[in-house]
Design a protein around this ligand. Structure first.
Ligand code: GAL
Length: 736
């Protein structure tokens, strides 16, 4: 029977290329996911993660082999791995974003100690995508995703592809392909069960296979019909089901695999629209890189899930692009669970290498699709190297392969020039015109805009932060107005560390609507304000309400400010004086569901007889006051807050949560010019990852709290001059 054991614990790590003579005592003990180096959040060089390191793991078999094979599965290691067991080389894998496996069985010590060694090359190897030319992001180094041991019978289920058809009609079906390997030549039985989210078995089916010995057998187009009524996977109610497969040989269960999927129909149409379950849906999204401050790409499951939640719930997006590579399965699983659509693409950035390099790109297409084709959230495969030039042979091949492996999904391929050869199903286009160019083909999806056109830091002047938000608003507005454009995915979710050819003076690309800590700029408020008000009421003033912040105060530019809100009316007061009722600016943003408000147009705003007073905003929906907010005139620091995203972590030595600290005014708004030094302290079985003490960035910043392997209560304390100390607790719970 199949048995999977997580294999993240008790690795040894040395940031050097050493042979087996080097003693274990020189190594550091680590838990995966692991970054080959911890960094400050900015101002470090990409040469600093580029080295060969050695990972070792001593282990005894967690359970006896009993005639099975034992594989090791790496979800991802950056960027080229050579793997050895007990001194024998098992193989190599070139590529940092896709999973790989090796069969350990033949070299195992069944009763004794085994030594697994990974020689990991984290240099920017020009023979492996994305490298070969410049790249606008960092890849970092390390075995940065999970590793598993997998016991498996010689004859087993190799791969399952589940898809749903007729989901909008009376008789939805589940269709599935099952690939079996190493057929023994005896009778096998495959039992299939459809299970709903409560665990109830809805349909069961048995299939006999009278097989001749063979390397593999593909049972394709198997079907489950006559289903009871099913719930669709939608963005608001993303119902998930499971297909459970059991493989029996002579009354013995030899393998079992369960795939999670959803009933949904998704396609981009020639009419220009994207349709989800038969309904047109304008796509509004952001690009996400998988990198984080301090820890590179080595973020554990909890942080991966959190990013999906931020894109969906904090930024109100309905789609995310995994720019520019396949991302963590934890991220994708969370997208399935919360109803967030995904455009996933192969690794690469502008450059196409030689034939071998292209061979890796083709392999990446295959690995990505085989890994991820059961995710209901994924609606489009990106099968071009992001922003590369046309390459007919390569892109015919990637498209053909994608369609063969997954006939249910369309392909895209991201380019930045309109006269590019259209070999895909969807013309996915990076539009840096600061507007929306008229599509040449349909379907047409904008896959990037903004970014380098208008980099913006949380501590930039208010004018710039507002303009950044308004530019995002403009493109989203135009995309919504144009029936031939199926949506727009902005660049990008969060600021990221990058190469010296890109980014600001501190090697950060300030292209995010969030900062590198995933904390909002005003542009984030624009996205947030597009959330359906039935889900959540949003009202975000885009101002620091600073009397002298803008040019020529008092006379012109201080007469108004923007508020991003999904209310239909906002009433504003300064002190006791009523300024008026305001409506969303539909004239300038007719396409947006919830255009920004300009509060105070034409009136002297910040002052009443030149005395600055607090402002009071009241948001209305259908004539009812539903939200209010106040802006402080005095601009003084009032509270230091410290918040952990989670109040529990698991004592596995890898689990992490973000810990945010901010200096707020008396109405709980961040004071963006606060650069005070915050001193952090941790008491209990966890470690802080991040800069400490920390000079605030735009009044806010974050570090990570990482659980050790012992349970207990952790108290984190933050101190800053002149404000009350803030603290919070996180419980580290025993590992199951
Ligand atoms: C695009 C590229 C992205 C990012 C962006 C910045 O050309 O695809 O990776 O660099 O520019 O605006």
């Amino acid at each position: 029977m199949r048995h999977i054991v997580q294999f993240n614990d008790d690795w040894l790590f040395l940031p050097q290329d050493v042979d087996s003579n080097t003693s274990d005592s020189t190594f550091e003990s680590v838990v995966l996911p692991h970054t080959n180096r911890i960094f400050p959040y900015h101002n470090f060089g990409n040469d600093e993660y580029q080295f060969i390191s050695t990972y070792r793991k001593h282990f005894r078999l967690p359970e006896p082999i009993r005639g099975r094979r034992l594989f090791i599965d790496f979800e991802g290691a950056m960027i080229a791995s050579e793997v050895f067991l007990n001194g024998r080389k098992l193989g190599e894998y070139d590529g940092g974003f896709t999973p790989f496996s090796f069969d350990l069985t033949d070299y195992l010590h069944l009763d004794g100690d085994n030594l697994l060694t990974v020689r990991l090359d984290s240099t920017e190897r020009s023979d492996i995508p994305p490298y070969g030319n410049v790249v606008d992001y960092l890849t970092f180094g390390g075995i940065y995703r999970d590793v598993y041991l997998r016991y498996i019978e010689p004859c087993h289920i190799d791969n399952v592809f589940v898809r749903t058809t007729h989901v909008l009609g009376q008789h939805p079906k589940v269709q599935y392909d099952v690939k079996l390997v190493n057929l023994p030549g005896t009778q096998l039985t495959l039992q299939t069960r459809l299970i709903d989210s409560s665990g109830a078995v809805l349909v069961e089916q048995e299939h006999s296979i009278t097989s001749a010995p063979a390397d593999s057998l593909l049972l394709d187009d198997m079907q489950l019909q006559d289903l009871p009524s099913i719930h669709l996977w939608t963005l608001n109610e993303p119902h998930l089901y499971q297909l459970n497969l059991q493989l029996w040989q002579n009354g013995r269960l030899i393998d079992e695999q369960t795939e999670r999927f959803g009933f949904r129909e998704a396609h981009f149409d020639k009419d220009g629209n994207f349709y989800l379950n038969g309904q047109p849906l304008k796509l509004r999204g952001l690009n996400r890189h998988q990198t984080y401050p301090y820890i590179g790409a080595a973020a554990p499951a909890r942080l991966q899930r959190k990013d999906a939640e931020i894109v969906k719930y904090e930024l109100g997006c309905n789609i995310v692009r995994t720019s520019h590579y396949p991302q963590s399965k934890h991220f994708l699983r969370r997208c399935d669970e919360i109803g967030l659509l995904v455009f996933e693409e192969i690794p690469g950035w502008q450059h196409i290498g030689d034939r071998d390099w292209q061979g890796i790109a083709l392999r990446d297409v295959e690995t990505m699709i085989l890994r991820d084709r059961n995710h209901p959230s994924i609606i489009l495969w990106g099968v071009r190297i992001n922003e590369s030039q046309d390459h007919t042979a390569l892109y015919k091949a990637t498209n053909e392969l994608a369609h063969k492996l997954d006939p249910t999904r369309q392909t895209g391929g991201v380019r930045y020039f309109m006269d590019s050869e259209f070999l895909e199903d969807v013309f996915t286009f990076n539009d840096f015109s600061n507007g929306v160019q008229e599509p040449k083909y349909t379907p047409h999806l904008i896959t990037e805009f903004m970014g380098h056109m208008f980099p913006t830091k949380t501590w930039d002047s208010e004018d710039r932060l507002v303009e950044h938000a308004i530019r995002h608003a403009r493109v989203q507005d135009l995309a919504r107005q144009n029936p031939r454009v199926s949506g727009a995915i902005g660049w990008c979710m969060a600021d990221y560390n990058t190469h010296p050819e890109f980014g600001g003076g501190d090697r950060i690309c300030y292209h995010g609507v969030l900062d590198i800590f995933r904390l909002p700029k005003f542009a984030a408020f624009l996205y947030e304000s597009q959330i359906d008000p039935n889900q959540r009421i949003v009202m975000r003033p885009a101002t620091a309400y600073g009397f002298g912040d803008r040019n020529n105060y008092g006379a012109e530019s201080l007469q108004d400010f923007y508020v991003f809100s999904n209310c239909d009316e906002i009433e504003a007061f300064v002190g006791d004086e009523k300024m008026g009722h305001y409506k969303p600016d539909r004239e300038n943003f007719p396409g947006l569901a919830h255009p920004p408000f300009r509060i105070g147009t034409g009136q002297l705003w910040f002052t009443s007889n030149l005395r600055v007073q607090d402002a009071h905003l009241i948001g209305y929906r259908n004539g009812q006051a539903v939200i209010e907010d106040r802006l402080a005139a005095n601009k003084l620091p009032h509270t230091l807050i410290l918040q952990a995203d989670d109040d529990e972590l698991v004592a596995d030595g890898a689990d992490m949560t973000r810990v945010v600290f901010k200096i707020l005014d008396k109405f709980q708004h961040v004071l963006p010019y606060s650069v005070s030094v915050v001193y952090l302290e941790v008491d209990g079985p966890a470690d802080l990852i991040g800069d400490n003490p920390f000079p605030l960035v735009g009044g806010q910043a974050a570090v990570y709290l990482k659980a050790r392997k012992t349970p207990g209560k952790v108290t984190i304390t933050a101190r800053v001059n002149r404000l009350a100390t803030a603290s919070t607790t996180v419980n580290i719970t025993p590992r199951m």
